[in-house]
Design a protein around this ligand. Structure first.
Ligand code: PBG
Length: 311
């Protein structure tokens, strides 16, 4: 792509966080190739996941709700690339599409947000806590079985309003999202990864495009971050081995140091009462195999009855 020539169409959800992620991808492409804004068009699309506000996404069909519209637009050429939160990406892609590019990962941790207590442990007994993530709900219940965990959706602004109105006493958001929105200051506390492990893919932006689109692949190559790609290969393989869906509280976090990878995974019942953890280490180049084995191992450790009733 040369200056003033073809325009790369960047598909994204229309939410403020998704738009920030699309701009980050565009800015990295501009810097890598010495291009200006005229070479790119950001195309915001509304997805099913954005329009359903009244019920848990896990009931509405789970993963894919945020990505299907973008994938249709890739198929019919309305967009050339789709920028995603990796956390929202199903482990299996539709035919003819690839997800080969990951931008350098933001902070993977969850943040606790409250106007009434400095930490989860200091929340008064029995108060309401809002989250729509089954993983966060289960991990909160593990820490505080007395707390009333309620469904809570919507963007950052609407969640903060509900906190002010006293609808809930606390909620949780990915620190990465807050940072990208320049709203880190609303975080009350930051959860440690050991006791509150993040979702597979949390904090990483990924880019999907049509298989065999070599022009786009070449354009994207310089903005891919290899360490993030390896961590994500491990985490997504872990999720895949567990048939990961939104109905399954699963956490998985891989850390890359040089050519080494270490992984921590956890599966937990929705009530937070029972969980199984797994640790794994190996070569970063074996990321996907390490994640898949960790998934198989934790599944065996847990036993079939662990999954009954909620898979
Ligand atoms: N499912 C919504 C979603 N997808 C990605 C992020 C945060 C940003 C990230 O993890 O990269 C969020 C919101 C949240 O969990 O706070």
């Amino acid at each position: 792509m040369k200056k003033g020539q073809a325009v790369l169409k960047i598909g994204t959800r229309a939410s403020p966080l998704a738009m920030a992620q699309a701009h980050e991808a565009r800015d990295r492409l501009m810097a890598a190739h010495g291009l200006d804004e005229q070479s790119f068009e950001i195309v915001p699309l509304t997805t099913t996941g954005d329009t359903i506000q009244d019920r848990p996404l896990s009931e509405a069909g789970g993963k894919g709700l945020f990505t299907r519209e973008l994938e249709d637009a890739l198929y019919d050429g309305r967009i050339d690339i789709a920028v995603h939160s990796s956390k929202d990406m199903p482990t299996e892609l539709p035919p003819g599409l690839v997800l080969p590019v990951f931008l350098p990962r933001e902070d993977v941790r969850d943040s606790f947000i409250s106007l009434s207590a400095p930490s989860i442990m200091e929340l008064p007994k029995g108060v309401k806590f809002g989250s729509s993530s089954l993983r966060r709900q289960a991990l909160i219940r593990r820490m505080r079985p007395d707390i009333d965990v309620v469904m809570f959706r919507g963007n950052v602004q609407s969640r903060l309003r509900k906190l002010e109105e006293g609808v809930v006493s606390g909620t949780m958001l990915a620190l990465a999202g807050l940072r990208r929105l320049k709203m880190e200051h609303v975080a009350t506390d930051i959860m440690p990864v050991d006791s509150f492990p993040p979702a597979p893919g949390q904090g990483a932006i990924s880019i999907e495009h049509r298989e065999g689109d070599t022009q786009v692949a070449r354009l994207l190559a310089p903005i891919h971050d290899e360490a993030t790609g390896q961590a994500l290969a491990c985490e997504r393989a872990f999720l895949g081995a567990l048939d990961g869906s939104c109905r399954t509280p699963i956490a998985g976090h891989a850390v890359i140091e040089g050519d080494r990878l270490s992984f921590h995974g956890l599966i937990i019942t929705p009530d937070g009462g029972t969980w199984h953890e797994i640790g794994a280490e190996g070569r970063a180049g074996d990321a996907a195999a390490i994640g898949a084995k960790a998934g198989a191992d934790v599944r065996e450790k847990a036993g079939a009855q662990f999954f009954e009733g909620w898979f």
